[in-house]
Design a protein around this ligand. Structure first.
Ligand code: ATP
Ligand code: LTN
Length: 334
């Protein structure tokens, strides 16, 4: 809580092209929550360099992601939409929190284990302390709630532990945040292997729907989606492929899985897959058009970037100064 207002913080990495999993697991929930809280939506470009990036490409992707947040419906006049690297307090607080986080805690993080297996030639210290930077992102703004997909729960738990540890030593400095996991779409699976999560770093392009995919591509990918052989549209763990498609259809239409089963009772997989593809394309196509408009409107987007970074900086400095004082850094002479 800051100035009596309930705060929300979330972010996404500017790596790869966002998938329908990112949209349904995270972005879509951001939209439903944005009226209830004072919200910060960050493009976490500092997290992105834990994996080697091409500089020009990273810059382009960061802008694409920031405009996508707006195109998806987040109002930049009401919400603070900004780049992590424009607010130096993130890195400064991360340094301090590093000194209140144990190696053993970080060694248990499954994302670190997965990413270091994947990038065995570049297991850098940033990849290891990534969750501490994430904790700093959240705690800097005294966030009450953090909407994320289920895979980020472990990082959220760590953030809570760091906040509680710090508060136990220094008094009530940080709000201890809650994760918000949406009811539908918290975990969208790969279209080619329903036992794996849909991921923007999957090498098989048919496994994921990208938010940049055009209508025909979306429909084609759903047609090719791996399904089961029971030939009926039923929401069951025995049919993980169809279950995943029902989850997607529910998330974009707002219908419950039972309503979806009733709608497609007696239909084959083909009809259902086409309906899912069309519903997803109907949802994504307007966002793509709005994003293209924003990318063409450089001055408007630049003014948002500037104003919103100023607002984020102002809020971040409040917490940072308090923390610096608590840990014993000398006062600034004005
Ligand atoms: P990568 O595959 O490169 O690790 P990612 O697709 O997991 O990336 P992130 O940037 O790590 O994407 O995640 C952004 C947000 O999207 C997070 O809140 C995460 O929990 C959510 N998310 C990612 N994949 C899915 C998914 N398949 N289903 C639901 N939510 C997801
Ligand atoms: N680790 C997150 C991205 C992230 C984040 C955050 C999410 C970085 N900082 C703070 C919520 C709050 C991920 O999605 N992979």
């Amino acid at each position: 809580m800051l100035n009596g207002e309930k705060m929300l913080f979330s972010g996404m990495q500017a790596t790869g092209t966002l998938t329908l999993g990112n949209y349904l697991g995270a972005l879509n929930n951001w939209l439903t929550l944005s009226d209830e809280y004072k919200c910060l939506y960050c493009v976490v470009d500092e997290h992105s360099i834990t994996v080697r990036q091409d500089p020009a490409e990273l810059r382009k992707r960061a802008r694409n992601l920031l405009t996508l947040y707006i195109a998806a419906g987040l109002d930049p006049e009401k919400n603070i939409i900004y780049y992590q690297s424009h607010v130096s307090a993130h890195a400064e607080l991360a340094w301090i929190l590093n000194c209140y986080t144990y190696m053993g805690e970080l060694q248990r993080m499954t994302q670190f284990k997965d990413k270091s297996a994947k990038h065995a030639d570049n297991i850098n210290a940033g990849l290891f302390t990534y969750p501490v930077l994430m904790a700093a992102d959240i705690l800097l703004y005294q966030a009450d709630v953090v909407p994320v997909g289920i895979d980020q729960m472990q990082h959220l738990e760590l953030t809570r532990n760091i906040a509680e540890r710090f508060n136990n030593i220094y008094g009530d400095v940080f709000t201890v945040p809650e994760a918000y996991i949406g009811k539908v779409g918290a975990k969208i699976q790969s279209l080619q292997d329903p036992s794996k999560k849909m991921s923007k770093s999957d090498e098989n392009v048919n496994a994921s729907i990208y938010l940049t995919d055009d209508r025909d591509t979306i429909i084609r990918k759903f047609k090719r989606a791996v399904t089961d052989n029971e030939a009926c549209v039923r929401y069951s763990d025995d049919q993980p492929g169809i279950k995943n498609l029902i989850t997607i259809y529910s998330a974009v239409t707002g219908k419950t899985p039972a309503e979806v089963e009733a709608e497609f009772a007696g239909s084959g997989y083909g009809d259902f897959k086409l309906a899912v593809g069309e519903a997803v394309a109907d949802r994504l196509n307007p966002i793509q058009a709005k994003q293209a408009d924003l990318l063409a409107n450089k001055d408007y987007v630049d003014s948002i970037i500037k104003n919103n970074a100023e607002q984020a900086n102002y809020l971040a400095q409040k917490t940072l100064r308090k923390v610096q004082k608590k840990v014993g850094f000398p006062e600034r002479i004005r």
